[in-house]
Design a protein around this ligand. Structure first.
Ligand code: CTP
Ligand code: CA
Length: 236
């Protein structure tokens, strides 16, 4: 895995990576957001660059520096991210959807700042569903061969009495229809924002890679390695 830094296993491959977390506007000064720092997505960009890929990073509110050498595109809300993905994914070999996309957004964006009207009342915020960008790109690909042949999703899952992390991962992979899903096990000792990550890589053909654990960069290298293996001979 260490050697991957100098091994150009993705030379000649173009990769689009979404990273960070979307912000869903409420009014000119407020938004609904999530805690994604973008660290994993930026680590993926680093690992892909080191592997010789041409990297486009679609960044939504990163808390970390972007590596030199990526083509950087900014987006804020889920709807903007969707536009950016449909603008930049065509013609690329691989799409990695790592951004934490808000599932819901405020139904209405107020033109002016929401005010306290009287002593006690508080507004009720109505939410609507955001589009599922990953599932949409997969769907759209059946009519647009320019969209990436290899599409990767990320999912943070916890097991419960209804199923294991892998059960939920498999079901999600099927729902999305993408080629590969990186399942991040979250839970008791394996929490969000922590240094060590445990991942399982699942493929649409039913196969899976051996589980991997490590820093975000180590995990990113494993993911890039898996993508390289899986896309051999599929370059444009
Ligand atoms: N995703 C997306 N668009 C959305 C939500 C998620 O493209 N509106 C992508 C994420 O970038 C990720 C994958 O879908 O690659 C899985 O995200 P996740 O939140 O785990 O899946 P959901 O379908 O939203 O399921 P859940 O109800 O468990 O949140
Ligand atoms: Ca979600």
């Amino acid at each position: 895995v260490q050697d991957l830094l100098s091994d150009p296993i993705l030379a000649g491959t173009s990769v689009v990576i979404t990273a960070g977390g979307t912000r869903e506007p409420l009014d000119p000064v407020r938004f609904l957001g999530n805690r994604s720092s973008g660290r994993q997505g930026v680590a993926l960009a680093q690992a892909a660059l080191a592997a010789g890929a041409d990297v486009t990073l679609i960044a939504t509110h990163l808390e970390v520096q972007v590596p030199h050498g990526v083509h950087l595109v900014h987006a804020s809300s889920a709807l903007e991210l969707r536009e950016a993905v449909f603008e930049h994914a065509p013609g690329k070999d691989v799409l990695i959807m790592n951004a934490a996309v808000a599932d819901f957004r405020p139904a209405k964006i107020e033109n002016s700042k929401i005010k306290k009207r009287d002593e006690h009342s508080a507004p009720v915020i109505e939410l609507v569903r955001n589009p599922d960008i990953l599932a949409e790109v997969v769907q759209a690909r059946s009519e647009n061969s320019q969209l990436p042949e290899f599409i990767v999703g990320f999912a943070a899952e916890t097991g419960d009495d209804q199923g294991t992390v892998l059960d939920y991962g498999r079901a999600k992979l099927q729902r999305k229809g993408c080629e590969m899903l990186v399942v991040n096990e979250v839970g008791a000792n394996l929490t969000f924002g922590q240094e060590t990550n445990t991942i399982q890589v699942l493929f649409a053909d039913g196969s899976e890679a051996v589980p991997a654990a490590g820093s975000k960069l180590e995990v990113a290298r494993v993911v890039i390695e898996q993508i390289s293996h899986a896309t051999k001979g599929h370059k444009r």
